[in-house]
Design a protein around this ligand. Structure first.
Ligand SMILES: [Zn+2]
Length: 183
């Protein structure tokens, strides 16, 4: 169940001058007194459903700010705020964690938010992986092999994560075997 909050009029009557000010106050309240359920942003949202707060013409993503306040530092360009609850409207700091763009894409793919991935034969899969390991860009591979970009991104992101896992586990042994099977 989501918690609903005040309308814009109520916002004014409570003494907030912008939705950003309201958002910050709610985030601090949720950090001080955590709740289990999703807390949905009822004001403006992106077409993907992420909450937007405004202040002096600047738009700020509600869930991203909530995570930054919780962590105590800005996420920066390379990190994204990911939801454990898979609810884009939610800005409950307890439902947010930071991840790389690649991790977030895999996460969304697993949860079905990127649409269905193209089914590929093993030969086509290998062609994507070979081309990527040779250094070709994802968009070029997508064009050449006529495989949609989400599928190429998913396959090649899996490579990076598997290699990373191996490097940390096996101390750089077998990092180049090309074994990308998933368990
Ligand atoms: Zn949530």
């Amino acid at each position: 169940m989501a918690t609903r909050y005040e309308t814009a009029e109520r916002l004014k009557s409570l003494g907030f001058t912008s939705t950003l000010e309201f958002l910050l106050s709610k985030i601090n309240e949720l950090i001080a007194t955590p709740v289990d359920e999703c807390v949905e942003w009822d004001f403006a949202r992106t077409k993907e459903g992420y909450g937007l707060a405004f202040d002096k013409g600047r738009a700020i993503r509600a869930h991203r700010l909530a995570l930054e306040v919780k962590l105590g530092y800005p996420l920066g360009a390379l990190k994204e705020a990911c939801h454990t609850c898979d609810n884009p409207k939610c800005f409950n700091p307890g439902h947010l964690f930071s991840g790389t763009k690649a991790q977030n894409m895999i996460d969304m793919t697993r949860k079905g938010r990127m649409g269905r991935l193209e089914p590929l034969t093993q030969a086509r899969r290998n062609a994507v992986l070979d081309a990527y390991q040779l250094g070709f860009t994802k968009s070029l591979i997508s064009e050449w092999l006529r495989i949609d970009r989400a599928t190429v991104a998913r396959l090649t992101s899996d490579i990076n994560i598997d290699i990373y896992a191996k490097l940390s586990k096996e101390d750089e042994e077998d990092a180049n075997t090309g074994d990308v099977s998933r368990g």
